[in-house]
Design a protein around this ligand. Structure first.
Ligand SMILES: C[S@@+](CC[C@H](N)C(=O)[O-])C[C@H]1O[C@@H](n2cnc3c(N)ncnc32)[C@H](O)[C@@H]1O
Length: 323
């Protein structure tokens, strides 16, 4: 792993009563909304300042500036300045809490969970919690592969969201894969793009890209294989996979026989390899079965799924690290 990751501070959850579940008989109005967040906000504010200074050479992002404003208000003492008041309309009851306050709460909760999370924990909703959807507005997500024209690489249509277009280079840089296995080549642009990234990063890896229709494109780092994911054992025989160097980055983007493909690849995946399942909102049954069969073998890497906000990716809860 490259050593370029800003560390998330480890902390224990404070023993404050949660506004999600007020004790019976306690009027919800007794505390200003968000008061429970103060200790956590204070700690995060310090971590934020350290991160801006140590990791970014003192240059804040849009998000850093916004979070700093929110947190600075949040840590102000005294009930006369309740967090709900400064973040939006004062909201003594949870149902009426300011969206900003809820966003801060969600961010802090995710921060406390750490980077690598079990898929089933990530998917199963806790009582009183909102489902873990994407923080990206559905319309923005609809536009994210291009409005009318699709995103392009070397002039060929590339079927990635703008979020994933930014996420993959970081993942490839960090992982330094020796082999990238792509299921579903499309026009070939995605394999060319990943081959170009390997070359630009001066990494020795190769791309194997499989599709039922072989694209016309070619690249010195890419081997296009024509094959049917319904018959994955014939396309990628075990003996052939054994010869492919690790770490692997597997990208499932053919949307065919997903469970069969994962079952076939699983015994070959080693600690530290990555498995990305794209467009996973339509594959949740296959994923649930696969993870029931392989308990504890994979963790969701939230550095990437949540890089631009929770599930701001086509790989919804489905950028996995083999553990
Ligand atoms: C979403 S596209 C892949 C997009 C590409 N990975 C990208 O990011 O630009 C899905 C691809 O899966 C391929 N496909 C469909 N059925 C298949 C099958 N049974 N086996 C292999 N590939 C298949 C299609 O031909 C199509 O090119």
């Amino acid at each position: 792993m490259a050593a370029d990751l800003p560390k998330r501070p480890r902390r224990k959850r404070p023993k404050t009563s949660s506004p999600r579940a007020p004790r019976p008989g306690t009027p919800a109005e007794a505390k200003p909304a968000g008061a429970d967040l103060r200790p956590r906000a204070a700690e995060l504010l310090q971590a934020l300042d350290r991160k801006i200074e140590d990791d970014q050479g003192g240059v804040p992002t849009f998000f850093d500036n916004h979070l700093k404003r929110v947190l600075t208000h949040a840590v102000r003492p005294g009930p006369e300045v309740p967090i709900g008041l400064v973040l939006g309309p004062q909201a003594p009851r949870r149902e009426a809490a300011a969206p900003e306050l809820e966003r801060l709460r969600g961010f802090l909760d995710r921060f406390d969970e750490g980077r690598f999370i079990d898929y089933r924990i990530r998917r199963v909703e806790k009582p009183g919690q909102k489902p873990r959807r994407s923080e990206i507005d559905p319309h923005d997500m609809t536009l994210s592969q291009g409005a009318w024209e699709s995103l392009r690489w070397r002039g060929l249509p590339l079927f990635k969201t703008v979020y994933d277009f930014a996420i993959y280079p970081m993942l490839i840089w960090e992982l330094q894969p020796k082999t990238i296995i792509e299921l579903g080549s499309g026009s070939g642009a995605s394999a060319l793009w990943m081959g170009d990234l390997l070359q630009a990063f001066k990494l020795p890896g190769k791309v194997v890209s499989i599709d039922i229709k072989r694209p016309k494109a070619s690249h010195p780092r890419v081997r296009f294989l024509r094959g049917d994911c319904e018959r994955i054992a014939e396309v990628l025989p075990v003996m052939e996979m054994i010869g492919l160097g690790h770490p692997w980055l597997v990208v499932e983007d053919a949307h065919v026989n997903v469970l069969g493909v994962l079952r076939h690849l699983h015994p070959q995946l080693r600690h530290g390899d990555y498995l990305v399942v794209e467009d996973s909102s339509i594959k949740s049954q296959a994923l649930a079965r696969f993870f029931a069969e392989t308990p504890g073998a994979y963790k969701v890497d939230t550095r990437y799924t949540d890089f631009f906000g929770q599930n701001a990716t086509a790989s919804f809860d489905s950028i996995f690290r083999r553990v």
